[in-house]
Each structure stands twice: as C-alpha cells, then as structure tokens.
Design a protein around this ligand. Structure first.
Ligand SMILES: [Zn+2]
Length: 487
C-alpha cells in the first residue's frame, strides 16, 4: 500500500490525484459507474468539515431539517430555468413496489422545489419570517465524466434554504453565507479563496445572482468550492410562497440557497497534497498527530511503550486528535510513509534513545525530511505539539496563497491572457457580454470563474494601470473577472 510511490504530482496531476484518494483510503469506486464510496478516513475528514460549518450555521440562526429524497416530477417543472438546467442530469423513478407509478419521481438533484412547496403551506404571515433552514444530505446528478469527490453521480453536501420578507434581507443572507464559506475555507481548511459573483452563463439554474468561492488547485486550475444563491422571487412565484405583510397585503417571499459539498475534500487534496500524498490542515485532520514507537528488541519495546501511552493520554486530554500506531509487523519506516500518505500533520517519533533523554522527535508533514524535524522535551509535549499544529495551519495557508499569487496574471492583451490560463488564473477586464465569455471558453478552455467582490484582489495588481477594456473585444469594461480552467 504505502511502499509504492505515487506518480509525481508535477508529471501526472490527474493520476497522482486518483491514486492518492485510493491509497490514503479516503474513497473508492462503487459498483455503479460514477458513484463513490467514502471510506472511514474520508468520512472522518467530512465530519470535521461538517462540524466546522454546522457550528457557523447554528451561530447565525439556522436550524437543520430533513426533507425526502424523492420529489414529484411536476415540482421540478414549475420553475422554467430550474428545469432547463437540471433536466439532463435527473435520475427518475418510474416503478415502485413492482407497479408503474402514476407520476414519476425525481431523485433530488437539490431541494428548492420540495422545500418551496412546503413553505407555501407553512409561511402565512410576516411573523413566520425569516425561515432559516439547512439540511445535510446527498443528492444525485447524472454526470457523464466523473472523478472521485470532484464529480460523482451521488455526492454529499449541505443545502441551506432561507425565506425572507424583503429583498435586502435575502441579499444580506446570500452574502453572509458566502462570507461563512470563505471564513471556513481560509481559517479551517487553510485554502485561500476568491469570493465573487458568477456570470449569467455560470449561475445556478433558477437564481437571480450566484456567488461562489473559487480556489486555485496545485496544477493552477480552479475549483468552485462553495456557492450561495440569491433566488429573488423566482421560486416564491413558482411555488406561491407568500405572506401577509404588516399592512395586511399579500407579498411574495425572497429566497436563498447555498451549498458546500464533498467536492471540498477534492480541494483540500489538490491545494495542499504533495508527492508523498495527502497534507491535511490541522484544524480538519481526523488525526492531528500520530505517535510511532520505535524499537527493535523486546527490552526496547518495554522501555518505549509506557511513555508512548502516557504521551497519547496527555495529548488527548489536551483536546488533540491523536493516535498511537501499535500495528505489529510493520517497520517504523513503513509506518512513516503510511501516515505521510494519509496527511497527518505531525508525526511523533519515540525511540529508546529519546525516552532515555525524556524527549521525542516531531516531524511536520508539510516539510518532509530533516528540515521538518525537531526534538522536544516529553514534559512539554502538549505545548510543543499544539504550537506546531498552529504553525502548520498558518504555513499551509501562506504557501497556497503564495502559489495562487504567483500563478495569477493580469494580462495586458489576449495573447498574454491565453498564456496565463495555461498555468493559472487570468485576472482581466471583461465587458460582461456572454458572447466574449463563450468565445474565450471555446478558444482557451478557460471559464469565467467569478467577478471578485474585492476588485483589488490583495496585492495582485501589478498591471492595474491597464486600461478598462475587455480583454477579448476591447469594448469598455467596468469590472475585472477571474478566468481559468476549472474542475
Ligand atoms: Zn468583450
């Protein structure tokens, strides 16, 4: 398993990714084409993502709910853009209990319609608003080209749905949830993201405005890592979601939806991973540290085991997620490789010589080799490990940000633009026309990722003096957009 090396990330990024997912035991292919099985280690990572988000959702007043998997087919057809967008990807149930169904049922691709249907019954008055809901579930979209975590027929996610009395409240909610995703990505996953608005071509089917956070992966491609949609009154009108305002007038609600999925695991892998395997941000890692006892003889084993157990207990008591590798029949070197493949942030090596000195060796995953090793006093292990985890969390983020900045260009013309999207992002003025967007996509395979909310984009403004004209057609442009090839 861990003995054989991964393909080099710089040589075959796609195959490096596929093998890493399998060999770190995050997920496996299911018997049905395009479906995935999330294995315990992958699910533990997802649970940590869930907790980090759920905490933020609850703190902003949202409650969790569970709506059914099956949706009557005519619900999907009620909102024109929604049905156009989702029809090609729908899985449809036509037989139940051996009988042909009077009305086919859709396996939910997302739940706006069924939730809208229920809201039309539950929401009567301004006193019932806002409604702030979220559900953790899986959805099915019949994708043709699939890849573990990034694009599968069924995937896990959360979908938030809210209804409001006013346009402003709904818009504020949409932006608040985008901020929450960005905060989670940066502070917990150590992935720098660009929050921005999608073009009409890239927005959610049925939305007025879609916002997303976009991240750069280790090969320079973009990954849309979370989305937040302002749905206007589109679904409220399609499903008659109305309320009596304070003046006794019947009004349509304003609604939003927002989601982040197991795709985010793909982002973590591709933003931080290296040739040895996964590199996990400490805040989300299932194990933040692993203790590997080192011994050859029984006498050495006896000397090492007790302090190793005590160390584990001390670290666990301090609230760290810790494991002690007691597997028999594997050399320490084999175990080191195995934990490196799984991306555990800190490895604690404990041998008889260390024990004699009341010491241990810490090896940080983000800096392989001697450079990442340090000796610590066992008595001070809790502080040393906690401090190192903080350092790793910060250094992963800084490294990913430096990489994105180095690979984000501000092209002066279309020629430079084409070069820029070969290896990373192009940040360019765009006139806003769907034509230019489509031609750029056709000619360069790069899509409009988002129009950054912060048009300054940190310090990436080397050529900000470039004139405000569309990089494709030369017409006047007001805003700059991020373009890149994407997953
Ligand atoms: Zn243009």
């Amino acid at each position: 398993m861990a003995e054989e090396k991964l393909p080099k990330r710089s040589e075959d990024f796609a195959e490096w990714y596929n093998q890493l997912v399998l060999r770190a035991e995050l997920a496996d292919y299911a018997p049905v084409r395009g479906c995935m099985i999330v294995r315990p280690y992958g699910w533990a990572l997802w649970e940590n993502i869930q907790q980090a988000l759920d905490r933020r959702f609850k703190a902003t007043g949202h409650q969790n709910v569970a709506f059914p998997l099956l949706i009557p087919k005519h619900f999907i057809e009620k909102e024109k853009h929604h049905v156009e967008g989702f029809s090609p990807e729908l899985a449809v149930v036509t037989i139940g209990g051996g009988e042909e169904l009077a009305e086919p049922l859709i396996v939910r691709p997302t739940s706006e319609t069924i939730i809208g249907h229920m809201w039309s019954k539950w929401i009567q008055s301004y006193r019932d608003l806002p409604v702030l809901m979220n559900q953790w579930n899986s959805v099915v979209r019949w994708e043709l080209r699939t890849k573990l975590f990034l694009r599968t027929l069924e995937f896990y996610w959360q979908e938030g749905h809210t209804a409001h009395a006013t346009r402003k409240e709904a818009e504020d909610e949409t932006r608040q949830m985008l901020d929450i995703y960005a905060d989670f990505a940066v502070n917990d996953a150590a992935i720098p993201v660009i929050p921005g608005r999608k073009s009409d071509a890239e927005k959610f089917a049925g939305a007025d405005t879609t916002y997303s956070i976009e991240a750069m992966m280790g090969d320079g491609k973009a990954l849309q890592s979370g989305t937040s949609h302002f749905l206007g009154q589109n679904f409220a009108q399609a499903f008659e979601i109305r309320y009596l305002d304070q003046g006794g007038q019947l009004q349509y609600c304003w609604t939003t939806s927002w989601g982040l999925s197991t795709r985010f695991i793909g982002a973590i892998i591709m933003a931080h991973g290296d040739d040895q395997g996964l590199v996990l941000p400490p805040k989300l890692a299932p194990y933040q540290a692993v203790i590997v006892p080192i011994f050859k003889t029984d006498a050495e084993k006896n000397a090492v085991m007790e302090p190793a157990q005590k160390l584990k207990t001390d670290l666990a008591k301090a609230g760290l997620r810790i494991t002690l590798d007691l597997r028999e029949g594997f050399s320490p070197g084999w175990k080191f490789n195995d934990w490196e493949m799984r991306g555990v942030p800190v490895r604690i090596e404990l041998g008889p010589k260390d024990v004699a000195k009341h010491a241990a060796v810490l090896a940080r995953r983000d800096r392989p080799g001697k450079e990442g090793k340090s000796s610590i006093a066992l008595a001070d292990a809790v502080n040393s490990v906690a401090k190192l985890l903080e350092e790793i969390q910060k250094s992963l983020h800084d490294r990913a940000l430096a990489f994105r900045q180095a690979n984000t260009k501000e092209p002066r013309d279309y020629k430079e633009f084409k070069l820029a999207v070969e290896t990373g992002f192009a940040y360019s003025y765009w006139c806003g026309s769907a034509d230019c967007e489509a031609k750029i996509k056709e000619e360069t395979k790069a899509t409009m990722r988002c129009i950054p909310l912060d048009q300054k984009l940190g310090q990436e403004s080397a050529h900000s003096s470039a004139s405000a004209s569309c990089v494709y057609c030369g017409q006047p442009a007001r805003e700059r957009a991020i373009f890149g090839r994407a997953y």
